[in-house]
Design a protein around this ligand. Sequence first.
Ligand code: C2E
Ligand code: MG
Ligand code: MG
Length: 623
Amino acid sequence: MPSEVQLSSVLSEFARTMLTDFPIQGILDQLVERIVEILPITGAGVTVISPGVDPRYIAASDGPALIFEQLQSNLGEGPCLVAYHSGEAVSVPDLSADRQFPAFTPRALTEGLAAVFAFPLRHGKLQLGALDLYRGSPGPLSPDAMDAAQTLADVAAAYLLNAQSRVDLQDSSDRSLASSLHDALTGLPNRVLLMDRLNHAFLRGLRRDTTAGVLFVDLDRFKTVNDLHGHAVGDELLVAVAHRLTPLLRLGDTLARLSGDEFVVLCEDLDTDGSAAQVAAIAERLCSALSQPFILTDHLVDISASVGFALASPDRYTPEQLLHDADTAMYQAKRNGGNRTQIFEPNHQRIIDKQTGLAHDLRHGLALGQLHTVYQPIVETADGRIIGLEALLRWTHPVQGPVPPATLIPIAEQSGLITEIGAWILRQALADTKRWQRPGGPLSISVNVSPVQLMSPGFATTVAAILAGSGLDPALLTLEVTESVFVSDSDRALVVLQDLRRIGVRLALDDFGTGYSSLSYLLRFPIDIIKIDRSFITDLGQDRISHEIVSAIIRLSHGLGMSVTAEGVETAEQLQLLTELGCDSCQGYFFARPMSDAAVGGILRGGASSVPRRLPVSRSSLD
Ligand code: C2E
Ligand code: MG
Ligand code: MG
């Protein structure tokens, strides 16, 4: 039986350990070690039990005690478990007479166990596990020894609880640290962690003479996926992108998600020689992986990505600058049509600064009346009669002078101004055309529509409203679209084009032959007019292949019930050949350059009042 002194020394030892933040395992180890010293037992063991979870902590005073603890855990049976569940001490003074534990007892007897006593580790109603005392010879423990054991178990339980709450606190702060450094959706590192790694990479690079590369990956058409299929599908796609990119990286590289559809890869410890080629190869790998379709739960999604990359050079760069430059290169890749990679070149920044300035000026330009429309006549091939006009946008910048549409339209698209500008030119063109109508044949008007504008929400409704406001017959309006609209999202494009058809407008496929030129588009989409691109017309007299292509396009279009317009007709010889090939209408400098609305009025009035004036009339530019 333990002396009062021994017991109080064990208890005060426990009190000290609690003050020194002793870990759970340490408390248990000390409990089993000290109890063997003060009670008439051969071994002690303890197991901490949490419902439904394998024990995380087991302690034993010696080898056999460990065997008995593990035996009970593995079998799910034994005095330890009864004490834990009942909250009462269990006494088995003679194991050979035991019938309670049919699985545990025979195996424990073989291992030399003769008596076992188990005490719950409890605190109030809370059960934490049990303390087991083992003896190699049968016989009961005295009531004092039983009391002392339960006292020690109770004290240990109180300390365990305290230690457990420290562990929980640590776990949750680890978890919250992890979540503040990772993106919740994909589990990838977020911007904070990326910048931290980037800083380390810079410092290491300085020490070891290595360099780091940053790749900025932005998905093309991700917004369309969200708009069309909803955010849940968008989220599923982002997770799939993370899974697809991860195995493509080298060990030690970091893939992070910055925001939305922006991912960044940090490649560390690159050899200074050949690092550009290495990073370029990784960029290509990422880009081509993302151009493969994604099979999601309910959708097949086809996207691609623009990947920009930049390399650190210690004398020039900060981590923020490197990330910014990779971003700039990514924008350049996007401007070049997307689905491509682009290394950062310093003059990209100048181009982008200029464009940002122009976007700002364009917004004001629209309000200040700096935009205007010019018109280029479209004539009947057979007799040069003006049958319509194409409206073309012009912007005279107060400082830079005329800004060509090739520069202006992409800026308008990227800044979101295209819908406003598109509606403006449509209103303008319809009002002018309404004024120009004259006896002797209706005059139609063609207006270009950019893919961004076509896909913008409510486009068909806007067109219908502007048409209604103008009072012009919808059949006199032709909207010109390019083949790129079919490629980005052909299903939606089809719906919009069908809506426009229902309104009664005609649809022309502009610049035919330069884009993707899949003949299946011609079968699938409701197109009325094919406009053969100028590049084929220019070569018409000189080049057999162009002649064959133009001839085939005309025959095919006619076969499908479409009319054909040749763009960029500049010579009498081209006109002659187009007449022979049966091209319906022509447009080009040979007939007239784009001209102001006043000039159009002049040409139309110039002829006999009932007979429209024929072209060519003027080779001068009235632009
Ligand atoms: P597009 O729709 O194919 O327009 C024809 C372009 O060819 C016009 O250039 C026109 O001036 C030019 N062109 C016409 N005949 C000849 C010729 O005989 N020889 C040569 N060398 N060129 C000729 P522009 O006005 O610079 O417009 C370029 C493109 O910008 C247009 O190509 C169109 O895609 C786009 N664009 C123009 N206005 C608008 C607009 O209001 N909205 C949209 N979305 N795009 C527009
Ligand atoms: Mg056009
Ligand atoms: Mg064209």
